[in-house]
Write a protein that binds this ligand. Structure first.
Ligand code: 2M8
Length: 446
């Protein structure tokens, strides 16, 4: 599908859109997906609020309306559980519960002792912690509006509680890193990285549940029924243990992207604390400790890449995905040079792929159109763009920025793109696609 079929104003010939037109079209996507309290990732496929989507959306929304960006983040933080976790979905009460599966009845979060505030319906798992970074950048975009609304002083305690949950309850591997207990928690749901660990999970039978995602997206772009059967088994087991992190886990892993984003957010907490006149050193100390643990535990010198670690057998999973490039954005990363070489090498072909492929182009499980098994994603490419700038790779960053803009314009803000030919896949008018484009346009004009 090209931009001309969905956004006539954008690009008639497939050429990159004019920045002002692109900004208008991206803003229109975010306005259409706004529900009054927050922004849905996509009107059809994902009609509720998602955790890391909201953080990326905030990063774009701050250039449209500082006030709305603050609201976006605060509505998510308002669903924080008593134990500090931020749930991966906050269900919109105005949306019929059958519109998305698994819905609030499946998760039954209110039954957990650790659960959400009364009257708020959520899932029970988490997603990567981009929120403190989003809060800090939102403040920096308009410090006067932030101060007027007391934004930082309201969000800081909640963000600290969120990071405490990750540091204390989720250190399942005992090395200081946060673990995930479900592939959905990585945000990169069906990445081939999780295939091995998922083999141990007995799937629910396909006849025992009804998927809603296939009403809105092509089945070749989505996870399989077998994947879904396993996702549901894991989620139901966690739910049936009251979302207790000390209960036994069939699936548990340390993911490099989640932990790298936690480090970025911990640095952001230091910035927030400083702006509030509070001690910031503890956040810097924690960020430094997390960086050491990330490198010592997940960096594989032979592959020149960060790998996930399976906590069931204690071994690193020898599959290269874009998650392993996200640490490029971490300050003072000792292995940045090697990691940059991997990004430019055959596996990811930075500059010669459309966006950053989510999985190794030379890998045995590479599928250029299927969700997190190969396609390029805008949010991950946005973080890697930030990493390239941090590592002084300005030309690579400029090329990626141009690709992000062009791909968004030509696909009508697709959810993800085929990294080989740039064809749009999944949903259109996708919120974090629009948001990351808005942020990059703002960076350019600054
Ligand atoms: C996708 O995940 C959801 C489950 O959380 C789904 O497939 O239904 C992923 O791409 C995830 O990273 C994203 O946050 C979510 C909403 O955009 O969709």
């Amino acid at each position: 599908m090209t931009a001309s079929s969905t956004h006539p104003a954008l690009s008639r010939s497939g050429a990159p859109a004019d920045p002002a037109e692109l900004r208008r079209a991206a803003t229109a996507v975010l306005l259409r997906n706004w529900t009054g309290r927050s922004t849905v990732p996509s009107r059809g496929l994902y009609p509720h609020q998602w955790s890391w989507d909201s953080a990326f959306i905030t990063l774009g929304l701050r250039h449209v309306s500082a006030r709305r960006a603050q609201q976006e983040l605060e509505s998510l933080l308002g669903a924080q559980w008593a134990d500090g976790r931020l749930p991966h979905i906050v269900f919109d009460p105005a949306t019929p519960s059958g519109a998305y599966f698994p819905g609030p009845e499946f998760w039954d979060a209110g039954a957990s002792a650790a659960g959400p505030p009364a009257g708020v319906r959520t899932s029970g798992i988490i997603q990567p912690p981009v929120h403190a970074l989003a809060a800090w950048e939102t403040h920096r975009a308009n410090p006067a509006e932030s101060a007027r609304r007391g934004f930082l002083s309201r969000v800081y305690p909640r963000l600290v509680a969120w990071h405490r949950y990750l540091g204390e309850r989720r250190d399942l591997g005992g090395r200081g890193l946060a673990a995930i207990v479900h592939p959905w928690e990585s945000g990169m749901d069906n990445s081939p990285v999780w295939d091995g660990p998922l083999d141990r999970v007995t799937p629910w039978s396909p006849g025992s549940f009804q998927r809603r995602d296939l009403d809105h997206a092509a089945s070749g772009d989505r996870p399989t029924d077998l994947d879904y059967g396993r996702y549901l088994r894991l989620a139901a087991d966690y739910r049936d243990h009251g979302y207790d992190d000390t209960a036994p886990h069939t699936f548990a892993a340390e993911d490099p992207a989640l932990n790298a984003l936690l480090i970025l957010s911990e640095h952001a907490l230091a910035g927030i604390a400083g702006a509030l006149g509070l001690p910031a050193e503890r956040h810097e100390t924690r960020a430094a400790a997390l960086t050491r643990a990330l490198v010592d535990t997940l960096y594989d010198p032979d592959m020149g890449h960060f790998l996930a670690r399976d906590l069931v057998d204690g071994e690193r999973i020898r599959e290269c995905s874009a998650a392993g490039l996200v640490p490029l954005a971490v300050p003072r990363l000792p292995v940045a040079g090697e990691l940059l070489r991997t990004a430019r090498g055959e596996r990811f072909r930075l500059g010669h792929s459309h966006l950053v492929p989510s999985y190794d182009r030379t890998g045995h499980a590479f599928e250029p159109g299927r969700y997190w098994r190969g396609p390029g994603w805008f949010n991950v490419s946005w973080v890697i763009h930030r990493g390239l700038l941090r590592q002084g790779a300005a030309a690579d960053a400029a090329a990626l920025r141009e690709q992000i803009r062009t791909s968004a314009a030509e696909t009508g803000f697709a959810e993800y793109v085929d990294p080989l030919n740039g064809a749009g896949r999944g949903a259109r008018d996708f919120s974090w696609t629009a948001a990351t484009v808005l942020d990059l346009l703002a960076q350019e004009s600054a």
